[in-house]
Write a protein that binds this ligand. Structure first.
Ligand code: FAD
Length: 568
């Protein structure tokens, strides 16, 4: 089957010939090898399907017309913006990939403390403009080159600043959304003929159909504009930097301090998270960030990265440097925090409060990380999150595993066991990079105000090497998932999207396949409810299987069959 040519002509009329293409080279460039982070269904070495055509709308009206054409001709479609995640790529043949990059406007409402963003207003730009006005925005952990709208409307968007600035579900105000059937939905105050300052009501929240804690990953049509909360920023209106790229550093500021806290044990770490959450105003930002390279090389990595001429071949030199090696050892259990003072007194109080917490848990501030060149590099790194490429330093790909979630007192007890499990795996396999498996990377909180943590363990592998890919799958299924099962943590992060895409083909699941997958689930009400929502807004099922659904009739028939069997 080929892309419907009548539909293509109509699409051309909507956006003009220059903004739609079925050129093979263009379509090929909208495929991805799905063994990339954020696939979260284990790494496989297949590519996402080739779209039938690619289109770039320029405004909401165009998006609406495009979606209506897709409905008319039954063409599956999916919108994506900055394409960091596999979730944004289509999963059916002859689909339409909607690339939202032409829509990139922002509109600040300073008095009411929100900004309306279009999809391609990326985090870096929104933040710079917000800071000029004395505000900041939550930056999703994927970094500042990602779309603020995509994270807010379609995913979780937790990150280092979420303890202070919240996550997507907390920051999303009114939205303008083209539903999968082509209808335009305006939520909250916007839908009631008002402004954009509130995402809820009047009456039952339609916002809740579009997203909960986690967004629909592009399976509920196309979000064209969203109002996002702004948060206080008492720092300079333009972040002054010095040094040479990519090792830019923040010119020291009296009211911005970055510390790496060290702890003698995981209990001290958990207690600190707890105390910082109870006194939420202390940390402006908090993340266990640099352990992403693994506990043996994190400070040597920072030494070379903060030097513009640093190269990976310098790593052994820094690992063997007695001072760095000693500090690295002391830094085994660590947490990065950024303290930002609203006033001089506020700054003094925050410093004292942090010192008091460290006194209570017998922790300390890592000395290596206080050196000006490291401090200033790390401060800019964390405030901007502009170095996300470094997630791919050690190999071409990684899959996040573990995902040990929620209660830090429970999960921090498992950190060493996870580390040992990975070391055990490495004794018989060279499939994975021999460092980083103990990343235990995660935010101080994945909810505004603190309370929930989550830890990602990076398994770095070579996506061009089948054995390496296979080894990574083996580790996730036969080690990491088993550990999650043992402690009742649920699905391993490497399995989160297992029910959304076929691992062997990267295609979406059909409704029949989803029925089979979900019919035995413990609480099927969740997915039968979503089925009803999907039927109402997306009866042709055009936007893929990230929105998990179970046909209630199928469930009813299954239950009747089970009851009959039991009677026999
Ligand atoms: C290295 C790395 C680190 C990450 N770290 C984090 C993290 O710390 N926290 C976190 O929450 N996530 C994290 N993720 C996941 C990431 O946040 C999501 O993938 C995020 O949405 C980034 O994607 P993007 O902004 O590039 O948007 P895209 O990849 O373009 O889209 C992301 C999703 O949103 C949908 N979408 C995009 N635009 C629209 C639109 N206009 N209308 C409707 N749907 C749309 C897409 O279909 C897709 O499902 C990470 C991913 C990577 C690769």
């Amino acid at each position: 089957m080929a892309f419907n040519q009548d539909a293509y002509k109509e699409l051309e009329q909507v956006v003009g010939k220059n903004n739609v293409s079925q050129d093979i080279a263009m379509r090929e460039s909208y495929r991805v090898i799905n063994s990339q982070s954020s696939a979260h269904f284990g790494p496989y070495d297949v590519k996402s399907p080739m779209p039938g055509a690619v289109i770039m709308p320029g405004c909401t009206e165009e998006v609406q017309k495009i979606v209506k054409i897709c409905n008319k001709y039954h063409i599956p479609f999916k919108a994506a913006t900055t394409f960091w995640s596999v979730m944004g790529y289509i999963g059916d043949d002859d689909s339409l990939q909607i690339d939202m990059k032409r829509m990139k406007k922002m509109e600040f409402h300073e008095r009411d403390q929100y900004v309306i963003v279009e999809p391609y207003a990326i985090g870096a730009v929104v933040q710079v403009e917000a800071m000029k006005r004395g505000f900041n925005v939550n930056m999703a952990g994927v970094g500042c080159s990602s779309s603020t709208l995509a994270g807010t409307a379609s995913w979780v968007a937790f990150g280092p600043s979420s303890c202070f600035m919240g996550v997507a579900s907390e920051n999303m105000l009114a939205t303008e959304w083209v539903l999968p059937n082509g209808e335009l939905l305006r939520t909250g105050t916007l839908g009631a003929g008002g402004d954009w300052f509130c995402g809820e009501g009047p009456g039952p929240s339609v916002r809740g159909m579009l997203r909960g804690m986690q967004g629909p990953a592009g399976s509920m049509g196309v979000c064209c504009r969203v109002a996002v909360r702004l948060h206080p920023w008492p720092g300079p209106r333009v972040l002054p930097s010095y040094g040479v790229g990519a090792a830019y550093k923040l010119v020291p500021q009296w009211n911005i301090k970055t510390y790496t806290l060290n702890f003698p044990n995981w209990k001290g770490y958990a207690n600190t998270i707890n105390l910082l959450s109870q006194n939420n105003e202390i940390a402006y930002l908090g993340h266990r960030q640099f352990n992403m390279w693994g506990r043996y090389i994190k400070l040597p990595m920072l030494e070379l990265l903060s030097d513009p001429e640093g190269q990976l071949c310098d790593l052994p030199k820094y690992m063997n440097d007695p001072y760095i090696a000693e500090q690295n050892k002391l830094c085994k259990i660590d947490l990065q925090v950024v303290i930002v003072g609203m006033t001089k007194r506020d700054m003094e109080w925050k410093e004292k409060a942090l010192d008091e917490i460290l006194r209570r848990v017998k922790g300390w501030k890592n000395e290596f990380m206080l050196q000006p060149k490291i401090h200033d590099f790390v401060a800019l790194y964390l405030l901007r999150l502009g170095h996300k490429n470094l997630n791919y330093t050690l190999a071409s790909s990684y899959e996040g595993s573990g995902g040990l979630s929620n209660n830090v007192f429970v999960t921090s007890k498992v950190m060493e066991e996870y580390h040992e499990m990975r070391e055990e795996f490495d004794k018989h396999s060279t499939a994975l990079a021999a460092t980083g498996g103990d990343s235990e990377m995660g935010a101080l909180s994945t909810l505004g105000g603190g309370g929930i943590t989550g830890y990602e363990f990076f398994q770095w592998f070579d996506r061009h090497d089948r054995e390496s890919v296979k080894g990574c799958c083996d580790f996730i299924q036969n080690y990491s998932q088993k550990l999650c099962d043992k402690y009742g943590f649920g699905a391993d992060m490497g399995n989160w999207n297992k029910t959304a895409r076929h691992p062997e083909t990267d295609y979406y699941y059909t409704q029949d396949e989803q029925n089979e997958m979900f019919v035995t689930m413990a609480q099927p009400g969740l997915v039968t409810y979503q089925y009803k929502v999907r039927e109402a807004f997306n009866p042709l099922n055009l936007c893929g299987s990230y929105y998990r659904t179970l046909d209630p009739e199928y469930l009813k028939a299954y239950k009747a069959k089970q009851a009959k069997k039991a009677k026999k």
